[in-house]
Ligand binder design. Structure first.
Ligand code: KIV
Ligand code: ZN
Length: 525
């Protein structure tokens, strides 16, 4: 039996709250960011990249608070290659027991052209900014953005400069998800061989998934000597996303014969984090997603089912419980009490405060009156809905009745509470959802466009709860909202209202178009 504790450690750097949150629509509230950071900290993530402090007051506040609260993880903030960004970043992370500044600049020919710096000018900027950061903090990460499309000689030159100026971690980003695994490994090997001082720092790998190779690229980099993997929960991130934390952790666990490294991650917390990130970001996990997809441990074909029943290892390379999926799916019913609910939720990874448990219990009883059996997924949807709607609620659905059927027009009759005052209205529409949404629009006029409307049944059966997610866009600001209910129209209306509540918060925080203006982040200053 292999003693994995004796194996070299690969650090896990989670950037769900920075690179992940950067995906259009994946906006999280302040409280949600704090909650996710706490879960990451408890899970054993070595470094949490908590945000980009100069990007907004909201980002600054979240990074500062996460830094204050973190018990185990190093807390890192992102900064472009200028002193203003770096100072602001330090102001936010300095509260952490273990703070880190992560500063970056695009070094490939395409990226050098944007700030219009030649090779020498950029080299000087790197020297100056890394030196400045190191004078503030002794844990500095530096990234040559678009490293995989940077000339090899120039990459070696700038990495050497950053190391001499005091960087302690050098991250090699495949910013546009362009690399092949063998190239990813080759770059790390080259840097280790050619750059003086390379053996004194940690190399990190940061891969995007545009060609579906992010996880393979990250693992290839580790094989070549990288000792930090940058990743996000569910692979959340811009465009096709980032390396998924759950994939690299489980790949190193299952194929420890090939990659004999260990991480400090408690893998049994993966499923809970995956669900929570999906809920707060509004990005559903695809059913066939590796490790955390709903189908990842389901066996449909007769041959597979037969094999699994005889010996689970015939078709499963890991156990569901390794990622925190409860093997038991005991149905709860209307006679189950508060203690049973608490213990079941704990088993599912939710440790709720008393007042939250009380609210969930009331909703659980109401659901049990309508639905014969309550499954794990029902409870997860219920808790998620409670947590989602726990945030600031300027708009609240008080009452909704709809008339629908083959004979139109469909009608909705609604009471909407706006900032504490009830407003009543009825409206017609092209279907009951349209009628209900029209009521909301008439009572709370806005310009937001509905970009996505998705309905999923949580479990089987016609009495199943529906989870609905909606995505709205207004002046370039993108927000998502979600809700669950056995009544699809109620879930839809609540999801719409939830997105509008987030839009109201977002309007106060960001200038119009900020969600689509990713270029500011790509520049050196
Ligand atoms: O993808 C990228 O290059 C980044 C950098 C800021 C590290 O996210
Ligand atoms: Zn990135």
């Amino acid at each position: 039996m292999t003693d994995t504790n004796a194996q070299p450690r690969v650090l896990i750097f989670d950037t769900t709250l920075r690179d992940g949150e950067q995906s259009p629509g994946a906006t999280m509230t302040h409280e949600e960011k704090l909650e996710i950071a706490t879960l990451l900290d408890e899970m054993g993530v070595d470094v949490i990249e908590a945000g980009f402090p100069i990007a907004s007051e909201g980002d600054f506040a979240a990074v500062s608070e996460i830094a204050r609260r973190a018990k185990n993880s190093t807390i890192c903030g992102l900064a472009r290659a200028n002193t203003k960004d770096i100072d602001r970043c330090w102001e936010a992370v300095k509260h952490a027991k273990s703070p880190r500044i992560h500063t970056f600049i695009g070094t490939s020919p395409l990226h050098r052209a944007i700030p219009n710096l030649d090779m020498d000018q950029m080299a000087e900027r790197i020297h100056d900014t890394v030196t400045h950061a190191r004078n503030l903090c002794d844990n500095i990460q530096w990234s040559p953005m678009d490293a995989t499309r940077t000339e090899a000689d120039y990459l070696c030159r700038v990495v050497e400069i950053a190391i001499k100026a005091g960087a302690t971690t050098i991250n090699i980003p495949d910013t546009v998800g362009y690399t092949y695994p063998f190239e990813s490994a080759k770059i790390i090997r080259m840097l280790l061989e050619r750059v003086p001082g390379a053996d004194t720092i940690v190399f990190a790998t940061h891969c995007h998934n545009d060609l579906g190779m992010a996880t393979a690229n990250a693992l290839a980099a580790v094989e070549a000597g990288a000792r930090q993997i940058e990743c996000t929960i569910n692979g959340l991130g811009e465009r096709a996303g980032n390396t998924a934390l759950e994939e690299v952790v489980m790949a190193m666990r299952v194929r420890n014969d090939i990659l004999p490294y260990r991480t400090g991650i408690d893998s049994t917390k993966i499923m809970n984090l995956s669900r929570r990130v999906s809920q707060v970001s509004g990005f559903p996990v695809q059913f066939n997603k590796a490790i955390v997809g709903k189908n990842a441990f389901l066996h449909e074909s007769g041959i597979h089912q037969d094999g699994v029943l005889k010996n689970v290892q015939t078709f499963e390379i890991m156990r569901p419980e390794d990622i925190g999926l409860t093997a038991k799916n005991i149905a709860m019913g209307k006679h189950s009490g508060r203690a049973a609910l608490r213990s079941k939720l704990k088993e599912l990874g939710f440790d709720l405060a008393d007042n939250q448990l009380n609210d969930v219990f009331v909703r659980f009883k109401a659901l049990a009156d309508r639905k014969k059996e309550i499954y794990d997924d029902d409870l997860i949807a219920l808790v998620a809905d409670e947590q989602t709607n726990d945030a600031y609620e300027f708009l609240q659905l008080k009452k909704l009745r709809v008339i629908c059927g083959t004979e139109g027009p469909q009608e909705a009759d609604m009471i909407l509470t706006i900032d504490g005052t009830d407003h009543h209205i009825d409206a017609t529409g092209d279907g009951p959802v349209d009628a209900a949404f029209n009521c909301v629009k008439m009572l709370f006029p806005h310009k937001a466009r509905l970009q996505v409307y998705q309905v999923h049944a949580v479990t089987e059966g016609t009495d199943a709860q529906a989870t609905v997610s909606v995505r709205l866009e207004e002046d370039g600001r993108i927000v998502t909202g979600s809700s669950a209910d056995t009544d699809t129209i109620v879930a839809s209306t609540r999801a719409y209202i939830n997105a509008l509540n987030r839009l109201i918060i977002r309007r106060q925080k960001t200038a119009p178009g900020e969600d689509v203006k990713t270029v500011t982040y790509h520049h050196g200053e």
